[in-house]
Design a protein around this ligand. Sequence first.
Ligand SMILES: Nc1nc2c(ncn2[C@@H]2O[C@H](COP(=O)(O)OP(=O)(O)OP(=O)(O)O)[C@@H](O)[C@H]2O)c(=O)[nH]1
Ligand SMILES: [Mg+2]
Length: 252
Amino acid sequence: MDAGHFFKVRKRFNIHLSSADEPVIALAGNPNTGKSTLFNSLTGLRQHTGNWPGKTVIITQGEYAFAGRTYKIVDLPGTYSLLARSSDELVARDFICFACPDVTVVVVDATCLERNLNLVLQILEITDKVIVCVNLIDEAERKSIYVNTKALAEELGVPVVEAAARKGIGIEELKSLIRDMVEGKIKTSPRVVRYDDDLEALLDRIQEEIKAWPGSRFINPRWLALRVLDGDESIWEGIRKYWMEESGVLFI
Ligand SMILES: Nc1nc2c(ncn2[C@@H]2O[C@H](COP(=O)(O)OP(=O)(O)OP(=O)(O)O)[C@@H](O)[C@H]2O)c(=O)[nH]1
Ligand SMILES: [Mg+2]
């Protein structure tokens, strides 16, 4: 039943799958971190890439085969945040929260990791099916920057893989991690941002109400409660579009 729901929602994003159980992998990340280059490495396609930000404005999709299974891969627009202030942010956010990719690979730039972690934490608030891909390690090495990926994975509570997408480095390891996550072999425990006690108490109350909705299993209730507190109107538009129109799921 849930697979059928997500099949319909994914179609709404023009993601065409051969069957409802074909895994969907999203590539998210700040602009210019090498998502499209990674996409090309994974799929063997030649999507145009360039070194200016904000280029990918539509969702590009492709496929790759690994160990006998086909994976659909979706290149999301580059964004610094998912607060849905721009159309790029809205598309990336709606895809992650409504189409529920089987894995979201967050591509981060090894040369300026800190700036990229804001988006990683925002995505970890929505989903625990995350792999962080620290790309541009060749560029980082050139600048004598070394990333302790083991410590980063422990801090974030999700797998971290190093890559230099332009040279095809790290691609096989990423594919194998994706397979393991899709098959449920990787248990993650994402770092959750905790707010002050009053806010947490309020979040608990809102979450309890959300959990009573028939559609609540399609979304992370804590994340939705945060959006409610934020006064984020755009989330209701998404719920109408992807739950009610696609699956007839009522939410009140
Ligand atoms: N040195 C090096 N350059 C890379 C690597 N990956 C990507 N690049 C370069 O970084 C630039 C940006 O890459 P894109 O793949 O277009 O980045 P993007 O994340 O898709 O960018 P947006 O779509 O604008 O968000 C291009 O010039 C790539 O060739 C890498 O691993 N090492
Ligand atoms: Mg791109």
